[in-house]
Every structure is written in C-alpha cells, then in structure tokens.
Design a protein around this ligand. Sequence first.
Ligand SMILES: Cc1cc2nc3c(=O)[nH]c(=O)nc-3n(C[C@H](O)[C@H](O)[C@H](O)COP(=O)(O)O)c2cc1C
Length: 174
Amino acid sequence: MVFNNLQELVKKRHSIRAFNQEPVTDELVTKILEVVQTAPTAGNLQAYEVVVVKDPEVRQKLARAALGQSFLATAPVVLGFVALPVTSGQRYGARGAQLYSIQDATIAATYAMLAATALGLATTWVGAFHEDEVRAALNAEANQVPVALLPLGYGAVEPQPTPRRPLDEIVREL
Ligand SMILES: Cc1cc2nc3c(=O)[nH]c(=O)nc-3n(C[C@H](O)[C@H](O)[C@H](O)COP(=O)(O)O)c2cc1C
C-alpha cells in the first residue's frame, strides 16, 4: 500500500543536526533532485532553483549566515532552495511574486527532505538565516529569495522524536 509506505517515511523523518564524514554520492543527490523536479508549482512555472553546495568554504559561509548553525558546515552537501519571484510575478502579479514562488520553493524543499529520508540520509530544515548573506553565499540574484537550506549527510546521532499538537487542536471543522 502506497499510504503505508508514506506513513513509514514521514514517521522516519526527524531533524538531525550532526553528521558523520561519510560522503553523499552524486548519484544520491541526483535522485533527490529528480524527486524535487516532480513537485507541484503554481501554473507549473517551477519558480525556484536548487543550489547544490559541496564547497566547504561556501558551507562555512552558510553556517555563519545561519546564525552560526555549524552543523551546516559539517554536512558534506547543503541544498539551497531559492524562490524566483519574478518568474511567478510575470503571470500572477503580486500574489505570484510574494506567495506562489515562495510556496514553489518550499514544496520543492519538502520533497527533497522526504527523498533524503527515504534514501537513509539525515537532514534538518534550516530557515533561520540572514537572507542577504545566504543570497550572497549561494551566488543568487538580488531579486531571488533564499527560502530554506537543507544539509545532507549521514546522521551521527539517533533522532529525537518531537511532540505534536493533538489533531483536535490543529483542525477546525465548519
Ligand atoms: C520553516 C522552518 C524553519 C526551521 N529552521 C530551523 C533552523 O534554522 N535550525 C534548526 O536547527 N531547525 C530548524 N527547523 C527544524 C525544526 O526545528 C523542526 O522541524 C521541529 O522542531 C520539529 O522537529 P522534527 O523535524 O524532528 O520533526 C525549521 C523547520 C521549519 C519548518
């Protein structure tokens, strides 16, 4: 059953912030990127880019830009997800620029996170960063918006499950 596989996958996913030095092969990165490519986007405009960062100096810059979250530099690969507001804005105006492109990049990053988990890799969504510094480190254009950084590596610690609010608190019926 596809649902059982999905449930197993999402239960397996936890944020992991320590990596060993085992490299992540290009083959695995490509598998993740091929999953990302299937993500839905507004108007199928695919208003995002993924930056694959292997360069240790750039990973250091990202860690500094992310308020000193040094685990970013210890992961062998970091994926940077960048929204392209101009692409969405050209068709959908302000809503496209301000919302859809961000959502496109966010969904793409979510797909990558789940694909990484399915491949036995560890990751954590990193969103706390100075936008300008990440934009510069990723060599992105001024009008592009970095949305998330995903370090990829093999986990060096056992993941700790985190609590969730009960469904009756997060769901409303009308
Ligand atoms: C939008 C967003 C931003 C986040 N930013 C960070 C971050 O900068 N650093 C970090 O260590 N974790 C970050 N996280 C990870 C969350 O802390 C984590 O997902 C949450 O505590 C639930 O734990 P779990 O991922 O293990 O289920 C972020 C998650 C999201 C969705």
